[in-house]
Design a protein around this ligand. Structure first.
Ligand code: NCD
Length: 360
């Protein structure tokens, strides 16, 4: 049996007070020289930022089509190093961030579990993160604890050597870069029909513990005349904080348990899996909620332009035979993640202008 030392938990003076402030008051803390510095919450993004990042991602993907273009991209940030600190399972977020770094020439280091870091010796996560900042120029983190990225960015910003922190998923709370790639995907899928403005989006599944749908919901405030339909079993309904946010920003939404009834009226269906890992006894959560699955029989019920998204990993929520339908956008969505993350990193290091100039 492996023995782990008890983790050190010391109080950071001022953290509680900061943490309890409204997000609107906190965002300024994560900005430097009028640019977003740390990516912590989806509420940090406004429409002009989102539009800019999408066009930046388009430019990167266009440049990456040729050897000459790829070489130009790789010469943008070869002097920078990134740390991928992923202590919660991840395939897509990890690989897309890692490859986004490599596209721009950054070198990367990784830690993929607390059992291989000095946390085993009782080091606090905050000290572990501070250590990364001694060696690298960017930290990308995924952690099972809500608010983890926020706390580490807050701690680092008070040191003499801060580096930007990108939140690659913080427990059941937020996944802001997933929301960016979801927006990028939706804008691309709706490119010929006016983009995301005016569209009705259904979010389906475990809305209570799914961080992707929470972060994506926040971004809806940036689009005109959008409507949201939350489709979830009673136990996994969207939490009140998000519903209050939508109401505050006059975004119409409704909730239902009858998935089939809303299929014909929506422009996009965003499927999610049941997040068993957050249950107290995950193995006992055997129910798969088949009424909230998308089946081949549903393909004739949804609109011809309806985009089907899923942050992945998928279990039973989408029949694999749906993958062949042109409306299945989730594999394209996964690839969008790499381009938008490359766009984000280029923006963080201020080389975005060079990318845009290359194509102008
Ligand atoms: C999501 C996540 O980790 O929150 N996956 C991802 O980042 N693409 C969704 C999930 O795990 O269900």
């Amino acid at each position: 049996m492996e023995k782990f030392a008890e983790q050190t938990l010391q109080e950071f003076e001022g953290w509680e007070e900061f943490f309890n402030k409204p997000v609107d008051e906190k965002v300024q803390n994560f900005v430097r020289h009028n640019r977003i510095y740390d990516i912590i919450y989806a509420q940090q993004f406004d429409r002009s930022f989102l539009d800019y990042l999408c066009s930046l991602a388009d430019s990167i993907r266009l440049l990456a089509k040729t050897k000459v273009g790829q070489s130009k991209l790789r010469h943008l940030l070869p002097h920078k190093r990134a740390m991928l600190y992923f202590v919660q399972p991840s395939t897509r977020t990890f690989l897309s961030f890692q490859n986004a770094c490599h596209i721009l020439g950054l070198t990367t280091s990784e830690i993929r579990g607390t059992s291989t870091s000095s946390e085993v010796k009782g080091e606090s996560p905050e000290d572990t993160i501070r250590t990364f900042a001694s060696y690298v120029d960017l930290i990308i983190s995924r952690h099972p604890e809500a608010g983890f990225a926020e706390k580490t960015a807050w701690v680092l910003n008070q040191t003499e050597h801060p580096v930007p922190v990108l939140n690659g998923g913080s427990g059941p709370d937020q996944h802001p870069t997933q929301a960016l790639l979801d927006i990028y995907t939706l804008e691309r899928e709706f490119r010929t029909i006016g983009g995301l403005d005016g569209k009705k989006i259904a979010m389906v599944g475990d809305l209570k513990r799914g961080r992707t749908v929470r972060s994506l919901s926040y971004l809806m405030k940036n689009y005109q005349d959008v409507e949201v339909v939350y489709v979830a079993p009673e136990v996994f309904k969207m939490k009140d904080d998000i519903k209050e946010f939508l109401s505050k920003h006059d975004i119409p939404f409704k909730e239902t348990e009858d998935f089939e009834s809303i299929m014909p009226e929506v422009d996009a269906i965003y499927m999610t899996r049941i997040q068993n890992e957050y249950g107290s006894d995950p193995t006992s959560e055997a129910e798969t909620y088949p009424q909230f699955h998308l089946k081949t029989s549903h393909l004739s019920m949804i609109q011809t332009h309806c985009a089907i998204l899923h942050p992945l990993p998928r279990r039973y929520e989408i029949d694999i035979r749906i993958d062949k339908d042109p409306r299945a956008a989730y594999w394209r969505q996964e690839r969008c993640g790499m381009w938008i993350r490359a766009a984000l990193i280029s923006y963080i290091f201020g080389v975005d202008g060079e990318i845009m100039n290359e194509l102008s």
